[in-house]
Design a protein. Structure first.
Length: 270
């Protein structure tokens, strides 16, 4: 078997987690990431005929039956993942009945995947219903988005348009806009259910006074989406101190969307 630590998926996973830590988004054991892996990607590195340690799931995940997921561990610090992926993350296989997963690689005996695993699995299920290329869910505590959620009305249309208007690329990168759920206690079934409902429409969902959940076809696309929205939030929090700042108007936003062949959320702009 090849050395799994040299695999492209472990490198991508570890590098983006390290980058988020260095960005200041994932203090202590904040944040979690999951990455759907293909059998053909894994088979050179793991003997997939072997059974793994059983981990009971808190949701019905039968729609992901047989899927492999690389995911961060519960209580693990992002700053440690790149140096030792095996001690801080794991690869699980969802059972055919969807009630449990097998830990095939990573974490010590008795250690388990992130407490937000239900949210991740629910979001993967929901996103795959609308995008069969989807593979990645990232939850992180993006600084300026958290600040913005504390001072701006949590209306999806107004929140999104405040960001669209500040940078030419924004409506191109997130034409669906920003989904927002009510404040919820993390790690419970409700926050996962609400996030999954939103992520069918929005690739990125704001958890007010907490963080964001973003989806993507690749690690880079999910991370790049958060980078873009976070920079827009930073610009908003800086520029909002001035009374005469300029924004891209609706007519210009529509022209932008047309030029780059994206379809903006029709509930937000027509």
């Amino acid at each position: 078997m090849k050395n799994i630590l040299e695999s492209k998926f472990i490198q991508e996973f570890s590098n983006v987690i390290d980058r988020m830590y260095l960005n200041g988004w994932d203090e202590r054991n904040a944040g979690n990431v999951s990455y759907l892996l293909l059998e053909e990607e894994l088979s050179p590195y793991l003997d997939l005929s072997k059974k793994g340690r059983v981990h009971q799931l808190q949701i019905d995940a039968h729609k992901l039956a047989g899927k492999y997921v690389l995911v961060t561990g519960s209580g693990k610090y992002f700053r440690n993942v790149k140096g030792n992926p095996e001690a801080n993350s794991c690869i699980i296989r969802i059972s055919q009945c969807g009630t449990h997963a097998e830990i095939l690689w990573g974490l010590k005996e008795g250690e388990v995947p992130t407490s937000e695993l239900s949210t991740h699995l629910s979001s993967h299920i929901a996103r795959l219903e609308v995008d069969d290329t989807h593979r990645v869910i990232i939850h992180t505590h993006a600084t300026y988005l958290n600040i913005m959620s504390a001072v701006v009305d949590l209306d999806e249309k107004n929140f999104t348009k405040a960001l669209w208007g500040l940078n030419t690329e924004n409506i191109i990168i997130f034409p669906e806009g920003i989904g927002i759920i009510p404040w919820e206690i993390p790690g419970n079934g409700l926050i996962g259910k609400n996030t999954a409902n939103k992520i069918k429409t929005y690739k990125i969902v704001l958890w007010p006074l907490h963080g964001v959940v973003a989806s993507g076809e690749t690690v880079d696309s999910a991370f790049g989406l958060i980078e873009t929205v976070e920079k827009a939030a930073m610009m908003y929090m800086v520029i909002n101190n001035y009374s005469n700042y300029k924004t891209i108007n609706d007519e210009e936003l529509i022209k932008l969307a047309s030029a780059f062949k994206v379809t903006p959320n029709k509930e937000f702009i027509k």
